[in-house]
Design a protein around this ligand. Sequence first.
Ligand code: MN
Length: 306
Amino acid sequence: MGLKATRSVPASGPVLERHRGRDADVMGMSVRRIVPLARRRTVGAWCFLDHFGPATVPAGRRGLDIGPHPHCGLATVTWLLSGELVHRDSLGSVQRIRPGQLNWMVAGHGISHAEEGVEVSDDTQMHGVQMWVALPEATRHLPATFEHHPALPSVQVGALRVQVMVGELAGSRSPARCDTPLFGFDVAVPADSHPLPLDPDLESAVVVLSGAVEVEGVVIEPGTLAYLGTRRHEVQLTGHPTARLLVLGGAPLDEPLLLGWNFVVRDAAELRDAYRSWADDDGRFGKVPGARGARIDAPGSAVRRD
Ligand code: MN
């Protein structure tokens, strides 16, 4: 783990960079880690993206339980294409989430949460993404909040059907709280070529969740981050034959970040404080009432005491 904060420098104009994600293991579940990558750490304030599944949960079984663990300095975003989860946090929130709904947990100075599978009566595919948004200096020390948005605006842009998870498109705005200019669109792309308008002041990227898509004529499949740079008024998308993807972006961050375990901070001292607060259970991250899974310890090598 690096202990120096880094800043991802945005491209100064339109580009098409392909960055292959890497396979990672989260509590025994294999995921594709698409952000951060060595050469592209952030896209706007989006600083983490794990794509999980599709994986089958057999009838009568329950999906994975991820026990209580802490966060600070970020907002977590859970977005499902299929399956269901239950969110519990140290504010007392208990919230089931289904596809098309948005769980938006703003950790601020500190929160802990658990995510639990739901027992299924039929074989069920779990498929979705877990994302983090870095909070700016102005809000990262504030108390935590949790938002659940059961219905989000859906916009038809030509032949593209777009759910506005975060930010605004064609006059429709997501109710999710944004502390920096940010957007996240879930886009269903049919065959043939279709333009999606973009804000040229923001940087943007495409992450394919199913199928394959041509982005500006280049085929992109799941597991790759297609970084688009800045100063684009639109991006041309072609489904092969149909695709489901995320278009993400925002104002480039103007401050360096340090990501360590589940924390987004600015320097090693802050990271050490966060690890110590979780190890000592000193109240900063609270407790998750009713959680099914065991409290997750920080990776041993990262627990630093002075
Ligand atoms: Mn989490």
